[in-house]
Design a protein around this ligand. Structure first.
Ligand code: ATP
Length: 259
């Protein structure tokens, strides 16, 4: 793919917490419609990297360029605070592992979804409600639950509300941090299936952080393997998982096979 098709370009991305380097010298390109998985053990630097990409953390070094809807590739940390906030409300979505971090628990499911439309200027109550019902239906939550508080939902349902809240503004890029973490295996499988369908149907680009190779096998075309803050291997998911080159990736894959 040519350079002018890149959606996100990351070069030399490094983040330090004081003296501790959490991620170092990360380079990759993400293309439209592509899902990139980031895997590695606990402490590998995955979440730090994701939060730098989503501009929730300021990197210590490196650049993140994003092709805005107007076609221009822009360094996200050079954008104003207001421009970044707008990106996070419109073109980007961020799905947290814990739905409580991405939802307002004191607001109804419909309100959680509709709120994002209001944040971009929609004021018509009927349209907001219709859109909220539509996006909740997309994540298999019936209209009868529209006015219920997320606290009355199961963990899997809360996660689906969080996903609907992110999708209602029709983002181009979704950042997901362990989207199926902490859920029962059968709930995970159903959520993964749903996510895979939505990503394909909406032509979304996404970056998914997980320690679960099954998640990336299902969702991601490309994979970054991180260890100790560094990318030790990257490539097409099937190639990396079926024929891992780096000893750490080999260990990661074989440990799953042994389970
Ligand atoms: N707020 C923080 N202050 C200091 N050190 C931190 C902070 N957050 C993370 N770290 C350290 O940075 C390194 C990378 O952590 P990070 O959470 O990014 O890894 P991770 O791969 O996402 O791990 P996990 O899968 O457990 O979430 C770890 O050594 C961690 O202890």
């Amino acid at each position: 793919m040519s350079d002018d098709e890149v959606l996100l370009r990351v070069r030399g991305l490094t983040h330090r917490y004081g003296a501790r380097t959490a991620c170092a010298q990360v380079d990759f390109d993400l293309h439209p419609g592509e899902v990139l998985g980031i895997v590695g053990e606990s402490g590998a630097g995955k979440s730090t990297l994701l939060h730098c990409l989503a501009t929730r953390l300021q990197p210590s070094a490196g650049t993140v360029e994003y092709r805005c809807a107007d076609g221009r590739l822009r360094e996200v940390f050079a954008l104003s605070e207001a421009e970044r906030r707008l990106l996070l409300r419109t073109e980007w979505g961020l799905v947290h592992q814990n739905p409580r971090d991405g939802l307002r628990m004191e607001v109804s499911a419909g309100g959680n979804v509709g709120e994002r439309l209001m944040a971009v200027g929609e004021r018509h109550y009927g349209r907001i409600r219709t859109q909220a019902a539509h996006w909740l239906a997309q994540v298999e939550i019936g209209a009868e639950r529209l006015d219920h508080l997320p606290a009355t939902f199961s963990g899997g349902m809360q996660q689906r509300v969080q996903i609907a809240r992110n999708l209602v503004s029709r983002p181009r890029l979704l950042f997901m941090d362990e989207p199926t973490g902490g859920l029962d295996v059968s709930v995970q499988a159903r959520l993964l299936d749903l996510l895979r369908g939505l990503v394909a149907q909406l032509g979304l680009s996404a970056i998914v952080v997980t320690h679960d190779l099954g998640v990336v096998r299902l969702l991601a075309q490309r994979l970054l393997v991180m260890r100790g803050g560094r990318v030790v291997e990257q490539g097409l998911t099937d190639q990396v998982l079926d024929d891992p080159q780096h000893p750490y990736t080999q260990l990661l894959v074989s440990s799953i096979l042994r389970v």
